[in-house]
Design a protein around this ligand. Structure first.
Ligand SMILES: [Zn+2]
Length: 113
């Protein structure tokens, strides 16, 4: 299991980077988490693939491509007031873990297992 709280190793800024801090800095992350929480595996089909929903294949748009635009090295929409921690991998790791873990797990023969 990936820890939810990561303290940057470079010690330049040792402020705790947790989910609440990230959402405060980038509120669109809350929308992304809600989107993941709203994904349902209704159990009616022979399989469900959380990774297809996450990465964006088998007809899914993908949540990860949206995450990448909000946090980490490929964050878009640079503003002068942007907190630089949003561009770092610790922030990306926290957000990735939080949103991905909200998805229902793969089930059946989706091809991931
Ligand atoms: Zn799968």
């Amino acid at each position: 299991m990936i820890a939810e709280t990561i303290i940057p190793a470079d010690a330049g800024d040792t402020t705790r980077l947790d989910w609440a801090t990230l959402v405060n800095l980038e509120p669109r992350l809350a929308d992304l988490l809600r989107a993941a929480q709203n994904v349902e595996d209704d159990g009616k089909s022979s399989y469900f693939c959380g990774n297809a929903v996450w990465f964006g294949y088998n007809g899914h748009l993908g949540l990860k491509p949206r995450l990448v635009g909000l946090v980490g090295f490929d964050r878009r929409g640079v503003l002068a007031c942007d907190d630089l921690r949003l561009y770092d991998s610790p922030a990306y790791d926290v957000a990735y873990s939080k949103v991905y873990s909200a998805l229902p797990p793969c089930r059946g023969e989706c091809g991931c297992m």
